[in-house]
Design a protein around this ligand. Structure first.
Ligand SMILES: Cc1cc2nc3c(=O)[nH]c(=O)nc-3n(C[C@H](O)[C@H](O)[C@H](O)COP(=O)(O)OP(=O)(O)OC[C@H]3O[C@@H](n4cnc5c(N)ncnc54)[C@H](O)[C@@H]3O)c2cc1C
Length: 413
């Protein structure tokens, strides 16, 4: 591996930020640059050293008080609140291996958030506590092969009450992490007549232990030409107690929004962190690599890549921080801004990583840099958690509604 690969991004304290945020960022950066980036090869899931190494790094993370930034203190997390977590993510994401080492493992972290908010004491004891302790894993089962995931109201998997049980029938796919999971949180149609020609209680999330009769993993769907743990699952007369439902009947969509909505800011700050890493690798490579009688850095095409990437990162970063501030202050149009970053940031990341790959030549598409994984990750993000087009429609709808209501768009937000 070239000397350039050993480099890492750096950060200085941001004078306008709360000193505690700067401290969290600095400690996070120290752990990522000292323990994670130099060991990325050995942190790959197929490497025999991974379990021991991951355990050692996790112990360091816990000692530094940086474990589980998404969880409140009473559940063993950092309890740092929204802005601090967002700013921490930008640094944590320099390595694609970091998140699980800081106790944030998708989809478990999203399920933990839902269980904290909607779980009963019994559900927390049975599912949340062992999930946080890392004794079990979980998955979230919403998207279906036969219904468009971009329209959450189209879900066909149905749960019907039979005495004290829900009986679930349907087919899901892209349930990430299903193999090895102890339970799935399943989005089910539970609608019933409201007696006035309409329906009520449309969707409900229900906890299904994966050893329940009728729960069957049909296959792992290969993603980007590789085996994955994104599974297709049939639910065939799956019976669970009604006490397994999360929240009141009919609150499934709200719970899904709670899981995804503000969480998209964390995903975007994570993408910004990955962009900094790709940028850092690109610049170092352009200084190191000699082609056609000169360093890459002397070629104007490459200088253009560096400049355009800097612009993309700054735009993505400021949009995301702006959205985080709106959410944190409880003012402004949260949904429009979340949709805007959900479209812009993964696309900007795709462009930045694409340029970095180009600068690396063949090595850029190899497994010797983290770039190829970042590239497929960015492309996937333009579909997962709501495709670009759905968010574009939402932005236009919100803006137009404001004008139709007799107001102009408030450029303050
Ligand atoms: C790697 C990966 C992991 C995932 N993990 C999970 C998971 O753990 N659990 C889970 O439940 N789901 C998961 N998903 C599924 C993901 O959330 C869905 O793929 C997403 O919601 C889109 O649904 P769909 O694939 O059915 O696309 P569709 O809804 O069929 O949409 C297809 C395309 O239609 C276009 N389109 C849609 N609506 C409009 C519109 N209004 N106007 C114009 N064009 C439109 C868009 O281009 C869109 O990409 C995962 C997906 C991926 C790729």
């Amino acid at each position: 591996m070239s000397s350039i690969m050993e480099g890492t991004p750096t950060i200085s304290p941001i004078p306008t930020l709360d000193p505690e945020i700067n401290e969290i960022r600095e400690t996070t950066a120290n752990i990522v640059t000292r323990y994670i980036i130099p060991n990325e090869e050995r942190l790959d899931h197929r490497h025999p050293d991974r379990p021991r190494l991951a355990y050692e790094i996790q112990e360091n993370v816990k000692k530094a008080g940086l474990w589980a930034p998404h969880l409140p203190k009473e559940y063993g997390g950092m309890g740092i609140g929204f802005m601090k977590h967002a700013y921490m993510n930008e640094v944590l994401a320099w390595s694609p291996y970091s998140s699980p080492l800081f106790g944030v493992v998708a989809p478990d972290s999203g399920n933990q958030t839902i269980l904290v908010k909607y779980g009963t004491e019994e559900q927390k004891k049975t599912w949340l506590e062992p999930l946080i302790r890392g004794e079990i894993r979980s998955c979230f089962s919403m998207t279906e092969p036969d219904a468009p995931g971009s329209n959450p109201y189209a879900i066909q998997t149905r749960a019907v009450r039979d005495g004290d049980e829900w009986v679930i029938n349907g087919r899901k796919w892209f349930t990430s992490g299903a193999k090895g999971a102890a339970f799935a949180i399943v989005m089910c149609r539970t609608e019933e007549d409201d007696g006035a020609g309409g329906v009520r209680n449309k969707m409900t999330q229900i906890i299904v232990p994966t050893d329940t009769p009728g729960f069957k993993i049909e296959r792992s769907v290969p993603v980007w030409g590789r085996d994955s743990n994104h599974c297709e699952i049939t639910y065939d007369n799956v019976r669970v107690p009604v006490t397994n439902q999360l929240g009141r009947t009919g609150t499934g969509h709200q719970a899904a929004q709670d899981r995804l909505g503000a969480g998209r800011v964390f995903h975007c700050m994570n993408s910004v962190g990955q962009m900094w890493r790709a940028f850092d690798l690109m610049v170092r490579r352009s200084i190191d690599r000699e082609v056609h009688g000169g360093k890459l850095e002397t070629k104007q095409f490459i200088q253009g890549f560096i400049a355009d990437s800097y612009i993309d990162i700054m735009a993505a970063r400021l949009m995301t921080i702006h959205t985080a501030e709106i959410i944190d202050s409880g003012t402004g149009d949260v949904r429009t801004n979340i949709s805007a970053i959900k479209i812009f940031v993964p696309a900007a990341m795709e462009r930045v990583v694409d340029r970095a790959i180009q600068v690396y030549g063949a090595m850029g598409v190899s497994g010797d840099t983290p770039l190829s994984g970042m590239y497929t990750g960015a492309r996937t993000l333009r579909i997962a958690d709501g495709p670009d087009e759905v968010h574009r429609v939402l932005i236009a709808k919100n803006v137009l509604k404001r004008y139709h209501d007799g107001m102009a768009w408030d450029f303050g937000v």
